[in-house]
Design a protein around this ligand. Structure first.
Ligand code: IDP
Length: 160
């Protein structure tokens, strides 16, 4: 499994992002990935995966007592998801801003949920809500050898 490194802070902060089954079905993968690339974040892991119920129940364990929990698990297991790890300065918080609010109805135009979806039960994308959740979710979804450390040759045009 992914072992958290205490050096993953600052420009090396990481977050877990998943394009949900509706995002994949609706062919939004390219446009969503492009938003993170254009912003200046660095892709360090990506895979198309049919998540098991076990993985999803673990991922959403905090929500297990919610009335929508079983619907959420069937939605998330209804098809493949694109699981990703993105790296960059303040990436956890910035990615949440890029996603918009949990409910697309409360999400501003210009955000992913604000632009691409209508209902909370089909909100196309997941993003970790804290650095601690990001660590937990990355280790749940990825093995250490599925994440790449690569030299970003244009990082000095993104960071001074
Ligand atoms: P988040 O995804 O913005 O972090 P959470 O409250 O952690 O929001 O909820 C996880 C996911 O559960 C949401 O993204 C959404 O897909 C689903 N969800 C949350 N609230 C509802 C609801 O009231 N009805 C149906 N699905 C919901």
């Amino acid at each position: 499994a992914y072992v958290f490194q205490s050096g993953w802070t600052g420009v090396n902060e990481r977050t877990f992002i998943a394009i949900k089954p509706d995002g994949v079905q609706r062919r939004l993968v390219g446009q969503i990935v492009q938003r993170f690339e254009k912003k200046g974040f660095k892709l360090v892991g990506m895979k198309l995966i049919q998540a098991t119920e076990g993985l999803l129940k673990e991922h959403y364990t905090e929500l297990r007592s919610k009335p929508f929990f079983s619907g959420l698990i069937s939605y998330m297991s209804s098809g493949p998801v694109v699981a990703m790890v993105w790296q960059g300065l303040d990436v956890v918080k910035m990615a949440r801003k890029m996603l918009g609010e949990t409910n697309p109805a409360d999400s501003l135009p210009g955000t992913i949920r604000g632009d691409y979806c209508v209902e909370v039960g089909r909100n196309v994308i997941h993003g970790s809500d804290s650095v601690e959740s990001a660590q937990r979710e990355i280790s749940l979804w990825f093995r250490e050898n599925e994440l790449q450390c690569w030299e970003d040759t244009h990082s000095h045009w993104i960071y001074n």
